[in-house]
Design a protein around this ligand. Structure first.
Ligand code: NAD
Length: 472
């Protein structure tokens, strides 16, 4: 399948999931069509100078739904990017924001380049030119459309975007809110880098804590001791693996661009990262077996499989060979609709992308709020809280007749700083969203968590349109 066909198949999968859920909502067909369809698509080309002359680069920004503004979604740098893929990803963003109650419509952008083919100077030129094109068409701005990192981009690109936007809008006091995922020094928020991976952890842990769900899978409750495999050790995959291992789960397999490895007694993640930095590859990691093909990592027997690379990774071709009990879709669209049907027959639980990787956009929302308010979370109340806890602890000391140790006191009397608040806001969001989805799943008799998530999203977007008076 070529990349355009892959994009079509991805969009077809998203439409399939939508239609399946929409049929269970009872909303009128016109309203459902408005919720399904992509509202605006900007497809454009621009030149950049290279050592050998000029190169014309294809790029897109899709705004899937304007039911809430701004719209929000990452920017992907990938040689495989195509229009259908961008629309599919923008569509998922609308549903994702609705599921975690982030008041944005969905969007996504892409630049058809492999970032590894360009030096930093060229990438900076590409990013600034892409931003300038978005500015020209009003496709970026804190009140309009707020990009973020995605596959192939990170805080560096986000800083270039913010700087370019500010240069065009020097009078705009909240200009930094035109993009999220910036480094903290550039107006970012603590916790954004790891947010998607941490959200995958919080969400999966909640699923594993559900006695009913674990019983249906024939597993013990809790994440502790569960084995897991990760595909893609990039931003999302690395951080997910980090929080899973810190939470007591055992990493037994990794699949990356260059190949896959397996080590049943557990892979030491920091050691693997150091090995990859030193050798340029995860292969030949001491104590681990190299697998013949990188896709083989997906087929290792484990409790939890975390595809965290790209879409269309588990298809009807390899689905029969998947040997996990749970798939946590850290990437967008890693399982095709045809594969899902096979996995369901095998009683494999899919925690869907629209819910499980929503940690990134949740913390992006916090970053945007910070940029609009121009104050760090916790700055105003931290000391006040600390002093209040101190006073309570003094009363406790009197009551128990002994002085608390310095350690006890500092642990109990600590005021929350920005990172504490971000982590706690993210944890609350992921837990609340799971229970909403689970409730819908039970109420409507839909076992599939993806369908339940889509029903939840469709209902929330429908309410927005109805409140606007556009639909009865
Ligand atoms: P990234 O570029 O940081 O990492 C992707 C990793 O996958 C890279 O290490 C790459 O080498 C690896 N990879 C590529 N093809 C592979 C293959 N065939 N097999 C194994 N590994 C492969 O990207 P990211 O930001 O971590 O995004 C990964 C996925 O998560 C994407 O689907 C993205 O849309 C989704 N996502 C990202 C965020 C975010 O905050 N960054 C939020 C939500 C969803």
């Amino acid at each position: 399948m070529n990349h355009n066909d892959q994009g079509k198949s991805f969009l077809a999968s998203v439409d399939h999931y939508f239609n399946k859920a929409a049929a269970l909502t009872g909303h009128p067909p016109g309203l459902l069509e408005q919720i399904r369809t992509c509202n605006s698509l900007y497809s454009f080309k621009f030149p950049i100078r290279t050592e050998t002359g000029y190169e014309v680069i294809q790029a897109w920004r899709a705004q899937h739904s304007h039911h809430k503004l701004p719209v929000k979604g990452g920017i992907r740098y990938s040689a495989d990017a195509n229009e259908e893929e961008v629309i599919a990803l923008a569509t998922l963003m609308t549903y994702k924001c609705a599921i975690v109650d982030v008041p944005f419509g969905g969007a996504k952008g892409a630049v058809k380049v492999n970032s590894k083919d360009y030096d930093v100077e060229q990438l900076q030129r590409i990013t600034r030119r892409y931003t300038a094109e978005l500015i020209k068409k009003n496709f970026i701005g804190p009140a309009l459309d707020v990009p973020a990192p995605d596959y192939g981009t990170g805080s560096r690109e986000m800083a270039w975007i913010a700087d370019t936007y500010q240069a065009f809008h020097p009078e705009q006091i909240d200009a930094l809110g035109c993009v999220t995922g910036k480094s903290v020094g550039q107006g970012g928020i603590r916790g954004r880098t790891e947010a998607t991976g941490l959200g995958v952890f919080y969400g999966t842990r909640e699923v594993c804590d559900s006695a009913e769900t674990m019983l249906s899978l024939g597993m013990d409750r809790g994440i502790d001791g569960k084995t897991f495999v990760v595909q893609g050790l990039g931003n999302v995959g690395f951080h997910a693996a980090k929080f899973f291992t810190e939470g007591g789960a055992k990493l037994i397999g990794v699949s990356e661009y260059e190949g896959a490895i397996h080590k049943q007694d557990g892979i030491d993640l920091p050691a693997l990262m150091a090995h990859r930095k030193e050798t340029g590859s995860i292969l030949n990691f001491p104590g681990a077996a190299n697998l013949p093909r990188r896709e083989d990592g997906l087929e290792l027997e484990c409790d939890i499989l975390i595809p965290a690379a790209l879409e269309n990774q588990i298809t009807d071709e390899n689905a029969p060979r998947i040997r996990t009990k749970i798939i946590a879709e850290a990437a967008n669209g890693p399982v095709t609709a045809a594969a899902e049907a096979i996995l369901q027959q095998k009683n494999i639980l899919i925690i869907p992308d629209v819910y499980i990787n929503a940690g990134g956009v949740t913390v992006s929302y916090f970053e945007w709020l910070k940029n609009l308010s121009r104050v760090r979370f916790g700055r105003i109340e931290k000391r006040f809280e600390q002093a209040a806890y101190d006073r309570i602890l003094s009363l406790v000391e009197k009551e128990i007749g002994r002085a608390l140790s310095a350690d006890e006191r500092s642990l109990a009397a600590r005021g929350a700083d920005e990172a504490d608040l971000v982590y706690s806001g993210l944890e609350e969001t992921m837990i609340t969203a799971f229970h909403q989805i689970n409730e819908i799943s039970k109420r409507s008799g839909v076992e599939n968590l993806r369908t339940a998530s889509f029903i939840n999203a469709i209902n929330k977007v429908a309410v927005s349109y109805m409140e606007l008076g556009i639909f009865p």
